[in-house]
Design a protein around this ligand. Structure first.
Ligand code: PLP
Length: 400
């Protein structure tokens, strides 16, 4: 099929849930992707925070091929070898917790909410409320949507699930005030990416951890998008000197194969006894084999030193062009998730970037988002920044 045929067919037979760019990508390798006519693009969005090792990483492709030829599915009524190995890798590379596997980020958060409520019910306490942050994003299923602090996503889907409260992000005093004898857990993203790429302040997560310790409230960190290396460490919480009680993962965990995971401290995890929670496809051999390859690649010596260097170069170059273009108001982010606050509609920048072969994204109407694969090359960063510089110069010229 050529691009036009793909557009027409998908528009006709799929639900119109996405504001799709007129682009049909059919092949990928590393940082590069190609459309149906063979035109090449640099993917500086990594799918949407998924292809952190780049497209079709050799180790992931090898693991998937091998597993696909051996065993695609068996039930969780039996023991699954790749699930065992991935659980061990996640546990040993995080805070020693136990894992539950599912298929997406929203599903991982649903499991985290259920786990937090069950934790308190097992203690005979009626603590069920979850406190989330304004501007947060936790997914599209009803409980995760109810925990999402952006009313625009709620519209048309009310009534939402009860028991979710909101406080301002980076305001520890507001959190402390909101906690009551009904509070089961707090859920936060270390960086609110969908909300505009706002990082938790260093002190904030430390204070939140302390408040949770004092009150017994469980701390859930949603690392669906910040996890798997995106911020320059395997998990973003590592940079804050704290540990969550529960962490949720998805997106980049299996290099492009659907997966979700919850990692919880053992005393919390143990309340999910047999029959309390389940997912037919959760922890299936194919996704877990891909996940094992991803974690092994990312935990190789030197992997994150390289990401840190790439990040420094990217931020430095963006700061340089910020000096030239007043339309860039602020640069935010960590590692290789970068947001540029623009005094312009982000669409006005995304379209010419795409025409120049650079795929970027948005995080709100005025925030340009870059999230290249962690294996991006310095020359590719230079090319993307050069392209942005040209696009902004042309915009400036048009405005004059
Ligand atoms: N949590 C965060 C922080 C996310 O960024 C996302 C998706 O963007 C989700 C949860 C939902 O993940 P999924 O789309 O896999 O359900």
């Amino acid at each position: 099929m050529n691009s036009q045929e793909i557009f027409e067919k998908l528009d006709r037979f799929a639900m119109p849930t996405y504001a799709r760019q007129k682009l049909a990508l059919v092949r990928g390798e590393g940082t590069r992707v190609w459309d149906a006519e063979g035109r090449e693009y640099l993917d500086f969005l990594s799918g949407l925070g998924v292809n952190n090792l780049g497209h079709c990483h050799e180790a992931v492709v090898h693991a998937v091929r091998k597993q696909a030829a051996q065993l695609l599915h068996v039930s969780n009524l039996y023991y699954i070898a790749p699930q065992a190995e991935l659980a061990q890798l996640l546990s040993e590379n995080s805070f020693g917790g136990q894992c539950f596997f599912c298929n997406s980020g929203t599903e991982a958060n649903e499991a985290a909410f259920k786990l937090a409520r069950k934790f308190w019910r097992e203690k005979g306490q009626d603590r069920f409320e979850i406190i989330a942050a304004n501007r947060s994003f936790h997914g599209r299923t009803l409980a995760s949507l109810s925990a999402t602090g952006q009313p625009k996503y709620h519209q048309g889907f009310e009534p939402l699930a009860p028991g979710f409260l909101f406080v301002d992000f980076n305001d520890a005093a507001a959190l402390r005030d909101a906690i009551s004898d009904k509070t089961a857990a707090v859920i936060l993203e270390p960086i609110q990416i969908e909300g505009g790429i706002y990082s938790a302040a260093d002190e904030y997560l430390k204070q939140v951890r302390q408040i949770c310790d004092e009150t017994g409230v469980l701390l859930i960190l949603d690392e669906v998008q910040t996890g798997m290396g995106r911020t320059g460490t395997l998990f973003a919480y590592e940079q804050y000197g704290i540990q969550p009680d529960i962490m949720t993962l998805a997106k980049a965990l299996a290099g492009g194969i659907p997966i979700g995971a919850v990692v919880a401290k053992k005393e919390v995890a143990q309340v999910f006894g047999p029959g309390t929670h389940a997912a037919t496809f959760g922890g299936n051999p194919l996704a877990c084999s891909a996940g094992i390859a991803v974690v092994k690649e990312m935990t190789r010596p030197g992997f994150f030193e390289n990401v840190t260097e790439l990040s420094a170069r990217f931020f430095e170059q963006l700061e340089e062009i910020k000096g030239k273009h007043t339309v860039i108001q602020e640069i935010r982010g960590k590692g290789l998730i970068i947001g540029l606050q623009l005094e312009a509609e982000v669409g006005n920048v995304l379209t010419p970037l795409l025409e120049d072969g650079i795929i970027a994204g948005s995080a709100g109407p005025n925030t340009l988002r870059f999230a290249p694969p962690l294996i991006v090359e310095t020359a590719e960063i230079d090319r993307a920044v050069g392209s942005l510089d040209r696009v902004l110069s042309q915009m400036g010229a048009t405005v004059k």
